[in-house]
Design a protein around this ligand. Structure first.
Ligand code: BDR
Ligand code: CA
Length: 308
């Protein structure tokens, strides 16, 4: 059993990542924290709460955190994720409230209570994680592993240099990469191969309520699905990595986040030549796409059976 704490900004692919958790009995979710990112914090939190109930995640705490970046003006991705953050999916509003307190304290206290046991997964801007590291530097020792969806060593998506989660808060990302742990970075280099193609959609459609109410309306609003292309479900890659790291090839590297560049702020400058430096990251360079979708479909099928 792997214990997980997820910091997220749902977000279509965040929702699909949480669905992967819900359908994976080998994962135990210690909590979900939210951050302003794809849409405003109030919406990412409302979506996380709605998903907790829709996906039958039980009593797992959902705790809101930072509304915006440490220093920068807010950027959002509502053009991609829709004004609600979940594309065309309309889930019943949550009946249970968010947990008390702030995500940063929740992250610190949850890791403190179980040192070495919990894998921390961040699939939104890294604001909460940076604040947690600054508030209590020992979180880097207490986390069993730290996995992010973010960055890239080849290209950006929000601009030519930068991936959204890093660009949304480059100073936070710089703090997180410099914190002394090893960041497993699942960037665009691999997540842009995890595409919902027509074949994948045909396998998803029969999955009852899960497909009708969430996966299909969310994924199809997220991008045009074609035979060999379609929307990338970036964030689900982070959960897939936790479930089965052998799906990915990962290479040690030194990653530095550009915070000063006029055109390159938010770029994750990745050096695979270590030159006697300690690597601060394990960077994913390939994904076995067939096995990825088999894993996701297995989990979704299991989950769908429980949802009806
Ligand atoms: C990342 O940015 C967000 O829009 C997605 O949810 C994902 O976490 C992809 O660049
Ligand atoms: Ca996200």
């Amino acid at each position: 059993m792997t214990k997980l704490l997820i910091d997220c900004d749902p977000g279509i692919d965040d929702a699909l990542a949480l669905a992967l958790v819900a359908g994976s009995p080998s994962l135990e979710l210690a909590g979900v924290t939210t951050v302003g990112g794809n849409v405003d914090l109030a919406l990412t939190t409302a979506n996380a709460l709605a998903l907790r109930e829709f996906l039958h995640l039980g009593e797992v705490p959902v705790v809101p955190g930072s509304p915006g970046a440490l220093l920068r003006n807010v950027i959002r991705a509502d053009k991609v994720h829709g004004s609600s953050g979940l594309g065309n999916a309309v889930l019943p509003a949550a009946t249970r409230p968010a947990g008390d307190g702030h995500a940063v304290d929740f992250i610190v206290e949850t890791l403190r209570a179980a040192p070495g046991e919990i894998t921390l997964v961040a699939i939104g801007p890294l604001t909460n994680i940076a604040l947690a590291v600054r508030k209590e530097p020992r979180v880097v020792e207490w986390a069993r592993d730290f996995v992010i969806m973010g960055g890239s060593y080849t290209r950006g998506n929000t601009n030519p240099a930068a991936e959204f989660n890093i660009l949304a808060d480059p100073e936070a990302a710089a703090i997180v990469f410099d914190a002394g742990w090893t960041v497993t970075m699942l960037g665009l280099d691999v997540t842009l191969t995890a595409l919902v193609t027509t074949d994948v959609l045909d396998r998803l459609r029969p999955l009852g309520r899960l497909a009708e109410q969430l996966v299909v309306p969310a994924a199809t609003a997220y991008g045009m699905v074609t035979a060999d292309g379609g929307p990338a479900i970036h964030d689900a890659c982070a959960i897939a990595y936790v479930l089965d790291p052998s799906l990915f090839t990962c290479v040690p590297a030194v990653v530095q986040v550009e915070t000063a560049g006029r055109y390159t702020s938010g770029m994750t400058v990745t050096d695979f030549k270590l030159r006697d430096r300690r690597p601060n990251a394990l960077v994913a360079t390939s994904l076995d796409v067939k096995r990825f979708w088999d894993l996701v479909l297995d989990a979704y099928t299991r989950l769908a059976a429980g949802l009806g």
